[in-house]
Design a protein around this ligand. Structure first.
Ligand SMILES: NC(=O)N[C@@H](CC(=O)O)C(=O)O
Ligand SMILES: [Zn+2]
Ligand SMILES: [Zn+2]
Length: 431
């Protein structure tokens, strides 16, 4: 099938491209990019005037819960949520049941994703067996089966010695370790940020130091082992400073931030007790969020990820202390970035494409995608004016635990192409 996307504003920082162009997709790849392209016989013409066309968006941190917790999400329902949000690729964390710590587990996810046929699913393998932090997982076996990176997300690797072994081993394969930084002896029963929120609510605090201490440790281990370190869901101003310093030193360190840590704070919880605002790491202070917004706009933060963490209604409709940690995020990540940063002029389109498409592929060592002839036709078409209302119906995920429910946001993806397949068609998931 061929498609001519006519008159879209193409943004691709890899090519220095920022102009209105026509793009012809033929089969699995881009056949031509230029002005005044003619639609070949039988090609579908998609009028894209006023819209932006960018390399397919990548969310490199999602939880699809398959296998083991299919009542929260499956690879199919997760893939639908990703498509709705404008993504062509996602990377799935290994805290499934069983934990994805073998080649077979990696293969299972890739097979299920192929069956769903909507997004590329790049499984992340566990660093340690069962994510227990005790024994190295079958890293080589997982890599052969298609794992893109390694992480014990959901937990910090508590032992510095174990983390050193993990990083030394993974570095031999030239892949990144994605670190969920949490010193459990400091965070213990913490459910909200330690400080004003924990004091006012009378709940156990999860201190910023619980995250920052382990970020510093892992940066030091990156220096020792030479392993690429990617810091997951960074949530504090000081954590970001540590990453900035590591980068300035020339260490192979990158980091990511979630929309909820950019646009929500602990104050939102003190007003609402909304369990959809309970997540790991917790929402921090307004000053932290402001520092993170600055970091994502100036390029110090490499990637925006959702940490899409679906949980069933009964796991959230309960007391704050016992509710599960996490929020779904795939459907509203791009709308939040557009509404809150790009439309207000705080972030350029080029920078948006860097953090949502270019850099995640680089961190995960995926094939780059460029809006040029010969590249794979993995593309996202964005309408900066279309409004979305974040309702349970808008959320394709099997779980509706979204921290942003009730908001109306301007700007969203209307169409997605994955290897030339039209997976999101005018805002609706194709199958
Ligand atoms: N972020 C969360 O609050 N929860 C994640 C785990 C994680 O990302 O650490 C989950 O798997 O539910
Ligand atoms: Zn995590
Ligand atoms: Zn996570």
């Amino acid at each position: 099938m061929a498609f001519l996307l006519r008159g879209a504003h193409v943004v691709d920082p890899q090519l220095g491209c920022d102009q209105v162009l026509d793009v012809l997709v033929d089969g699995k790849s881009i056949a031509a990019v230029g002005e005044g392209l003619q639609a070949p016989e039988g090609a579908e013409v998609i009028e894209a005037a006023g819209k932006y066309l960018v390399p397919g968006l990548v969310d490199m941190h999602v939880h699809f819960r398959d296998p083991g917790f299919e009542y929260k999400e499956t690879i199919y329902t997760g893939a639908r949520a990703a498509t709705k949000g404008g993504f062509s690729d996602v990377a799935t964390m290994p805290n499934t049941s069983p934990v994805t710590d073998t080649g077979t587990g990696i293969r299972y996810q890739i097979d299920r994703a192929r069956h769903a046929n909507l997004v590329y699913v790049h499984p992340i393998g566990a660093l340690t067996k069962g994510e227990k932090g005790e024994e190295l997982a079958e890293i080589g076996d997982m890599l052969v089966e298609g794992a893109c990176a390694f992480s014990d997300d959901g937990h910090g690797v508590q032992s510095a010695g174990m983390m050193r072994t993990c990083m030394a081993y993974v570095s031999q394969f030239g892949r990144a370790v994605l670190a969920h930084c949490e010193v459990e002896s400091l965070t213990n029963h913490g459910v909200v940020n330690e400080g004003r929120a924990s004091t006012r609510l009378g709940m156990f605090g999860w201190p910023a130091l619980g995250e920052e201490l382990e970020i510093q440790r892992d940066i030091d281990l990156a220096r020792l082992t030479g392993c690429e370190l990617h810091v997951c869901h960074i949530s504090t101003a000081r954590g970001l400073e540590l990453v900035r310093a590591a980068k300035a030193e020339g260490l192979p360190v990158t980091c990511e931030v979630t929309p909820h840590h950019l646009f929500l704070t602990e104050e939102n919880i003190t007003e609402s007790y909304n369990t959809n605002l309970k997540m790991n790491p917790p929402l921090r202070t307004a000053a932290d969020a402001a520092a993170l917004r600055e970091g994502v706009c100036d390029g110090s933060i490499d990637c925006v990820v959702t940490d899409h963490a679906p949980h069933a209604a009964h796991e959230k409709e309960c007391e704050f202390e016992i509710a599960s940690f996490g929020t779904v995020g795939l459907e509203c990540s791009l709308p939040l970035m557009l509404n809150n940063l790009v439309r207000k002029g705080h972030m350029s389109w080029q920078a948006l494409v860097e953090v949502m498409a270019v850099n995640p592929r680089r961190v995960l060592h995926l094939e780059p995608v460029r809006v040029e002839a010969g590249s794979a036709a993995n593309l996202t078409l964005i309408d900066p004016e279309r409004q979305v209302k974040v309702t349970p119906d808008f959320i394709e995920s099997k779980s509706k635990n979204c921290a942003f429910l009730g908001m109306t946001l301007t700007g969203c993806a209307t169409d997605v192409f994955v290897e030339g397949k039209h997976t999101l068609v005018d805002g609706e998931v194709a199958w």
